[in-house]
Ligand binder design. Structure first.
Ligand SMILES: CC(C)(COP(=O)(O)OP(=O)(O)OC[C@H]1O[C@@H](n2cnc3c(N)ncnc32)[C@H](O)[C@@H]1OP(=O)(O)O)[C@@H](O)C(=O)NCCC(=O)NCCS
Length: 183
């Protein structure tokens, strides 16, 4: 049984986190080779630059096999991200602005998570969430949200997240905003 060790990310970890992001970025599969760098920078860069204390990694045999990026204060984070990093639009913007603002106000933390294909199904994702939630609890954050596609929604349900809003991103592709209290 593979049981990776969990810890906070440190400065030397970001390159491996970005690589794992590109390896898993297309609903768990790798993104195209020519997209890897921009894709990973879009999804990892803001956490590295703006909230480096809120990323956690799962390590097996000195290799990063899972990560969780997040922050406790999405409203402030989003303002900073848009002002300082000038990001391109992404799936989050399929939701109407008012829905996002309500989500950020009521469930201030958010997270993204990916586990390497060979390490899925061994409890790593659940353990990373517990790690993140322990820090949210210490920081007094009441609730967290995640935005996911149809293939990941059953996992977040299993982790006690409940659907707050949905949007059709494309024919047959529903994006869900899901939330869970921290306590
Ligand atoms: C989703 C993901 C992060 C889960 O991590 P994981 O380490 O495989 O999950 P765990 O082993 O901790 O699973 C915890 C529980 O959820 C269940 N589960 C895992 N993946 C599931 C899925 N896709 N659908 C439903 N349940 C799922 C497990 O069976 C386990 O249930 P149990 O408590 O009854 O044993 C991982 O599978 C992954 O990276 N997938 C591809 C990328 C992705 O979808 N990321 C999320 C983007 S929003």
């Amino acid at each position: 049984m593979m049981t990776p060790a969990l810890r906070k990310a440190g400065t030397p970890d970001w390159t491996a986190i970005a690589a794992l992001c590109a390896d898993t970025g297309r609903q768990g599969d790798p993104v195209d080779d020519d997209e890897r760098e921009t894709f990973a920078e879009h999804w990892i860069g803001p956490y590295r630059e703006l909230r480096p204390d809120w990323t956690f990694v799962a390590v097996h045999d000195k290799k990063i096999v899972g990560y969780l990026t997040g922050c406790p204060d999405t409203l402030s984070f989003e303002k900073e991200r848009r002002r300082l990093l000038n990001p391109r639009p992404d799936s989050r913007q399929f939701f109407p602005h008012l829905v996002l603002v309500k989500l950020w106000a009521e469930h201030p933390a958010h997270l993204h998570m990916n586990v390497a294909a060979d390490f899925r199904g061994f409890g790593t994702g659940a353990a990373l969430i517990r790690f993140f939630f322990a820090d949210l609890r210490k920081a007094g954050v009441p609730s967290a949200h995640v935005i996911c596609g149809p293939s990941a929604a059953p996992f977040w349900e299993r982790m006690a997240f409940r659907t707050e809003a949905t949007v059709q991103a494309a024919p047959g592709v529903t994006l869900s905003a899901m939330a869970r209290p921290v306590s």
